[in-house]
Design a protein around this ligand. Structure first.
Ligand code: TXA
Ligand code: MG
Length: 304
């Protein structure tokens, strides 16, 4: 079946109920949803993305759903859920017996998230069931932040693309591992390290980069163009001129506001590929707000 772009939430709900796979908008990026307890639908998600079966998936819940059916939330996890759900936060917690191995790749933990995008919330509430939803891109490619990005990557493989407009945050959710050893941020996002420390009162280990969660390969989020990160705009202009002098075609990416940087980043990386750019020269986003999350994605895109 060919993917169709639609705004019809009820159609998306019935497609999911009948074992279909549906691209859905979230406030971070578009996800490719299947009912979490439907093993054959989840298998179709892995094949559509070309994703290895042992890479675990995030379970997405409605704001009114009970997360303790799926995971064991300790005090830190409960505090973070109360502060940031619905929103761009994924909690990695011990799983319950309900969670199938096809969701976690056989791990003893499960990743849980309650998205805030109104279309995702409406879908989850009407469905009355949890969905898995990895980013709706082909494996290793840049995550989609519009319905058209999903169409460009996965059109023929999905039953429906639910259009909720461009994503507000633009990069994937923060993943916080909550274990007996304390808290660790496995993937930076809109909920920052300072946010997590403020809400829990617990000191969180600094990000060290590299592959932290299974499926979080050092090389990921990559366009075809080679990505370079430089310190400031004047360094970017110098570098762009050098590359152009040797016959390259450059896209320069720079935003003063880290939120605007995050919101636009993936569209700009895709645009560079659409223009057959050979290189993307990106200015470092700095340490405020979404800056560390943007830097993390840029450095992964720069790793070959
Ligand atoms: O913002 C987001 O989180 C988006 C939207 C669609 O919700 N979803 C998303 O899913 O980014 P995905 O599958 O592209 O990335 C999820 C990451 C992967 O790196 C995966 O390895 C990690 O979460 N993960 C999921 N479950 C895990 C588990 N049990 N243990 C360790 N890592 C896990
Ligand atoms: Mg992904």
């Amino acid at each position: 079946m060919t993917g169709r772009i639609s705004c019809d939430v009820d159609l998306a709900v019935s497609t999911l109920r009948h074992g279909g796979i549906v691209a859905i908008p979230t406030e971070t990026v578009y996800g490719l949803a299947a009912v979490a307890l439907d093993g054959s639908a989840v298998a179709r998600v892995f094949s559509a993305k070309g994703r290895p079966r042992d890479h675990p998936l995030i379970v997405h819940l409605a704001p009114t759903a009970d997360p303790t059916l799926w995971g064991v939330l300790d005090d830190n996890a409960l505090a973070l859920a109360a502060a940031f759900w619905p929103g761009p936060l994924t909690l990695l917690v011990p799983r319950t017996d309900l969670v199938p191995d096809w969701v976690t790749g056989g791990r003893s933990t499960v990743a849980l998230r309650v998205p805030s995008h109104p279309t995702a919330v409406a879908l989850l509430e009407r469905l009355g069931d949890a969905v898995v939803a990895p980013s709706a891109n082909t494996f290793g490619h840049v995550s989609p932040t519009t319905a058209h990005h999903v169409e460009a990557d996965l059109d023929v493989a999905v039953d429906l693309i639910l259009d909720g407009g461009p994503c507000d945050v633009g990069v994937e959710s923060t993943i916080v591992e909550c274990s007996a050893e304390g808290l660790q941020i496995l993937r930076p996002g809109a909920v920052t390290l300072a946010d997590v420390e403020r809400v829990t009162g617990v000191e969180v280990g600094a990000l060290t980069g590299g592959a932290r969660a299974p499926g979080m390969l050092a090389s990921h989020y990559a366009p075809r163009a080679a990505v370079e990160v430089v310190d400031d705009l004047s360094a970017a202009r110098t570098r762009a001129a050098e590359i152009e002098a040797s016959g390259g075609r450059v896209h320069l990416v720079s935003h003063d506001d880290p939120s605007a940087y995050a919101r636009n980043l993936y569209a700009e990386l895709r645009a560079a590929d659409d223009d057959d750019a050979t290189a993307v020269v990106a200015v470092d986003p700095g340490d405020d707000g979404l800056g560390p999350a943007v830097r993390d994605r840029l450095l992964r895109a720069a790793t070959r």
